[in-house]
Write a protein that binds this ligand. Structure first.
Ligand SMILES: CC(C)(COP(=O)(O)OP(=O)(O)OC[C@H]1O[C@@H](n2cnc3c(N)ncnc32)[C@H](O)[C@@H]1OP(=O)(O)O)[C@@H](O)C(=O)NCCC(=O)NCCS
Length: 381
């Protein structure tokens, strides 16, 4: 089996997923095509050498439908010989895209693959592709993820204060990272035209530069009367895109590419579909075991902040040191453009490992219907 290397990783800024959000005027096809033009350039790879473009998208319908991966590769000017495929593993979609790309390369089927994701939630809202009626006869109760987040808080005895403290810290970290320019290497600015005027969007829009802890504490619960999940401690509705280029050992040598990290291990797991968001716990255990590592060996963790209760329940189970977890903030502050988040987290993880000169990075995400993805990467020195 070939080793699989991350050669480049980029993302768009994440916009607030509302009609007045920074990225709302740009169609999802144009947003991801914009990144696809940049990725081979930054990697120093001729686009004709890319053997597949695998993109995650959670609402692959309407403007995001008709296999947006293939359309985006064509729109970006890739030769017609470069194929594209869109997949939906819900919130883990573009982490899954990275896994499928890595598996294709490891097996020897392919040498160079782009994996990424796209979601414009302001233009194609979450739920756009859901059935009008959920199946009446189903072996499990199908609940909203916000209700699952409430159940997690109850099961792990997480208080509203604990969740809000965590969410507040996410904003503090995202604001500090942005102020210090930590995202500048990973963000590709996006030209956006609104009412005839074109502006470059360069920074994430969702975080609060001066978060107000008291205001967060006063927000009403959204998913359950008397509950603890609010707009402040849940991930935001967002627009964004991200993409990475992966290559085999052979391709690295043949084309003189510069590997930045190696994919060490990857897993996908299923868990309780009703509690839904617990998957990162077994996924973390399994991926560490596969890699022969302990959590203490991991320099940086990126776990998707779908809800604060997801991260805190995972922390209670794994004993993770929160100082190394989402050090630049997470989806609570930066937003969660569903299909793009997996590649967004991987991009941020890679850059943070480099900034710290750390060795191993772990990424994990909870996924709808009770699943999770996890990946370990090792920075190349
Ligand atoms: C929780 C959720 C329903 C809130 O949606 P929303 O009401 O449109 O959210 P908003 O951003 O408008 O916030 C609502 C209010 O809370 C306030 N607020 C939100 N975050 C805040 C913060 N950190 N500090 C202070 N106030 C905050 C907003 O300012 C807004 O106030 P206003 O009504 O006075 O304008 C939505 O973000 C959501 O569904 N998130 C989860 C998405 C999801 O399920 N993803 C998949 C994961 S599995």
């Amino acid at each position: 089996m070939s080793d699989v290397f991350l050669i480049t990783a980029v993302r768009s800024p994440v916009g607030v997923g509302k009609p007045n959000g920074a990225l709302n005027p740009i169609a999802p096809l144009d947003l991801i095509a914009h990144l696809l033009r940049v990725v081979p350039q930054r990697a120093g790879v001729d686009p004709a050498l890319v053997q597949d473009v695998i993109l995650g998208c959670v609402s692959p319908i309407g403007e995001q439908g008709a296999n947006i991966a293939r359309l985006a590769a064509l729109k970006a000017g890739f030769p017609v010989e470069v194929p594209g495929v869109t997949l939906n593993r819900m919130c883990g979609s573009s982490q899954q895209a990275i896994h499928f790309a890595a598996q294709a390369i490891a097996s020897g089927d392919m040498e160079i693959v782009i994996a990424g994701g796209i979601e414009s939630m302001s233009r194609v809202p979450i739920g756009s592709d859901w059935p009008q009626e959920w199946p009446a006869e189903f072996p499990y109760r199908l609940v909203h993820q916000g209700q699952s987040a409430e159940m997690m808080a109850e099961k792990w005895k997480l208080t509203r204060d604990q969740l809000d403290d965590y969410a507040f810290e996410s904003h503090v970290r995202a604001a500090a990272a942005t102020r210090e320019g930590r995202f500048e290497r990973e963000i590709v600015p996006v030209p956006v035209t609104r009412e005839g005027a074109t502006q470059m969007v360069r920074v994430d829009e969702g975080f609060r530069p001066n978060p107000d802890r008291a205001k967060m504490g006063a927000l009403k619960p959204v998913f359950k009367e008397g509950g603890v999940i609010t707009a402040g401690n849940a991930s935001q509705i967002s627009d964004g895109a991200a993409a990475v280029l992966l290559a085999s050992e052979v391709a690295v040598k043949q084309h003189g590419l510069k590997p930045r990290a190696r994919i060490v291990a990857r897993v996908v797991v299923g868990a309780d579909p009703e509690l839904m968001l617990t998957g990162p716990i077994p996924a973390t255990r399994q991926v560490l075991k596969k890699a022969g590592l302990a959590l203490a060996d991991i320099g940086v963790v990126e776990i998707n902040e779908a809800f604060a209760s997801v991260v805190l329940a995972w922390q209670k189970e794994t004993g993770a040191d929160l100082r190394r977890v989402n050090p630049n903030g997470g989806a609570i502050a930066l937003g969660h453009p569903l299909g793009a988040s997996g590649a967004r987290l991987m991009t941020t993880l890679l850059h943070e490992l480099e900034r710290r000169n750390a060795r191993y990075g772990l990424q994990t995400m909870c996924i709808g219907h009770g699943m999770a993805t996890a990946t370990i990467i090792e920075r190349e020195t």
